[in-house]
Ligand binder design. Structure first.
Ligand code: G4P
Length: 528
């Protein structure tokens, strides 16, 4: 328990949203509150614009900027906050899923005009799998949005989580007058571009005529009615249920106007969990253990040929990380030490001397790391819950230069170690299949194979739509299935059997016809 104080004062989380809901804007406001940046606009450059076509070099350039914002550390009211950035572009969704394995909680931003969108759904699925505690911020109340009761119902239904309003809006769009804070019973009146640090008017009792003065009789009456209903239905937030991922507290506001953001942040530091215990392949690691443990959840490779460096991001799960000390790399069975580990502060990265559970350090890497690698002080285990999910697009790798076969194989292995894509090998054959979530990755792979490994490839589109990891109590059944379905069978990089389904119909048919085989939608089943 040597590091109890350091652990208790840390909160490690991510802000997630469908692109354009306001994640970047909210991030920036948080950083302003934390004093990590002084001016608005400092985080914006990190954003990969939707319209930035599919010119991935441009995207890479911008992604390069984003290395420094991968982890944003700032202090707010004595709490040390590590905010992990997630890429906005949907083709990098896998990066986001992996980042979610490294946080203890998330804030989900929902656009009040658009409601639940595709990416919101997917991200929440990952949070639900892990029971990650979620706080919801409903943004853009300054726009005419959906009816707020309808919106709550939509979010509850679509995201399969119970909500608990913490603030409640008074109108929206041009009639937006502010929010009522149900927790500390105060009224916050809206004005565009507030400094965001004003405290609300304390209202002991909503029947206070002051409410009519401030809102007008009609809106005051509506607010009283709404609040009575909400308090009747929801009662007091049960923090335990939030921590178990069963209930999500909800805030309303307008990020661009810095409105409702302070209420969100204040509640966040009050209820969000400090770094938690984590399960490994052999035992649970208590966050308070003195010995270091941590895992790599992201690898960033620089595509600039003049700076061909990689940074592996290590989430610390217990103990203390110290610069220049030797740690045990479990997979390589080797002691490594790091002379220049980084921490990050807004756009600056600086060398760190020590770090604790909940922190993320950037390790300069020359090819030692792959996603999921674990560092310890000698014990052998891997952290579980860092799964690969099924890719959505599958292509066969066609080698255009047989003289470079060796380089191609090496390149494919290394790039997939970084998590750029997933690699499968045809069952009973040698055909290499790449699976990604976005078309952009194929461009990245083709370019990097040529630039870094001298291997020239083309891709041939395959008709699969999903990869399922298959297992059975009786291993012979899996063998039999693979032989029988050879055209749709492959092995993942670790040699685990995978069924590549061409459509939902085929998948359902196979599942029905083979009740003794289990179909899994993530690779997690193979750990633990
Ligand atoms: P993202 O990271 O989730 O993709 O979203 P981002 O914060 O970049 O916000 C997307 C757009 O929504 C931005 O406008 C931003 O200014 C706007 N926005 C964010 N919060 C609010 C809000 O509370 N109210 C309103 N009305 N708009 C909001 P943009 O035009 O795409 O970019 P920019 O030109 O403002 O940079």
């Amino acid at each position: 328990m040597k590091y109890l104080n350091e652990i208790q004062r840390r909160r490690t989380f991510a802000i997630i949203s469908h692109p354009d809901a306001g994640k970047t804007t909210l991030t920036e406001k948080f950083l302003l509150f934390g004093g990590a940046i002084q001016v608005a606009g400092a985080v914006k450059s990190n954003k990969i614009k939707k319209h930035a076509t599919s010119d991935f070099m441009e995207i890479e350039r911008q992604r390069g900027i984003s290395v420094a914002t991968s982890v944003m550390t700032f202090e707010y009211k004595g709490i040390l906050i590590n905010l992990l950035d997630t890429p906005g572009h949907k083709d990098f969704a896998e990066d986001t899923y992996r980042t979610l394995t490294a946080v203890d909680s998330v804030i989900l931003v929902v656009d009040s005009v658009n409601g639940v969108e595709e990416q919101t759904r997917k991200l929440m699925e990952v949070c639900r799998m892990r029971n990650t505690p979620v706080i919801v911020f409903i943004n853009k109340l300054d726009r005419d949005g959906k009816n707020r009761f309808d919106l709550l119902e939509e979010i509850e239904k679509e995201l399969n989580i119970s909500l608990h309003p913490m603030t409640w809006p008074i109108n929206s769009g041009k009639d937006f007058k502010g929010v009522y804070n149900l927790y500390d019973k105060s009224l916050l009146l809206f004005s565009a571009h507030t400094k965001g640090d004003v405290d609300g008017l304390h209202i002991q009792d909503l029947t206070d005529p002051l409410v009519d003065d401030k809102l007008g009789e009609r809106d005051a009456a509506q607010l009283r009615e709404d609040i009575e209903l909400i308090e009747g239905v929801y009662g007091v937030l049960n923090t335990e249920d939030y921590l178990k991922g069963l209930v999500a507290p909800v805030f309303f506001g307008s990020a661009i106007n810095n409105f409702g953001v302070k209420e969100l942040l204040d509640t966040f530091i009050r209820i969000a969990p400090p770094p938690q215990n984590r399960t490994t392949t052999i035992r649970e690691v208590d966050v308070h253990e003195d010995k270091l443990s941590g895992f790599v959840f992201k690898i960033h490779a620089n595509l600039d040929p003049r700076h061909r460096d990689r940074i592996a991001f290590l989430r610390i799960c217990s103990g203390k990380f110290e610069r220049n000390r030797f740690y045990y790399h479990v997979r390589l069975d080797k002691e490594l030490r790091f002379s220049n580990p980084y921490t990050f502060m807004a756009r600056e990265k600086s060398v760190v001397e020590d770090a604790y559970a909940g922190d993320v350090v950037g390790l300069f890497d020359t090819g030692n790391f792959k996603i999921g690698d674990t560092l310890t002080e000698g014990e052998r285990f891997y952290f579980t819950g860092i799964p690969s999910f099924s890719p959505e697009i599958f292509k066969e790798v066609v080698n255009k230069d047989p003289m470079k076969t060796k380089q191609l194989e090496k390149g494919l292995l290394q790039l997939t170690d970084e998590g750029v894509a997933q690699l499968f090998t045809q069952y009973g054959g040698t055909k290499k299949i790449i699976g990604c979530v976005g078309e952009l990755q194929f461009e990245v792979i083709q370019y990097r194979l040529l630039q870094e490994y001298g291997a020239s490839v083309e891709f041939r589109t395959l008709p699969y739509y999903k990869a399922c990891w298959i297992t059975a109590k009786d291993a012979a059944k899996v063998e039999e299935f693979l032989r029988f379905r050879q055209a749709n069978a492959a092995l993942d990089k670790d040699g685990h059997p995978v069924y590549l389904a061409e459509s939902e119909w085929y998948l359902n048919t196979e599942m029905r016809n083979h009740p003794d085989i289990e179909f899994h939608f993530s690779s997690e089943v193979h750990k633990g």
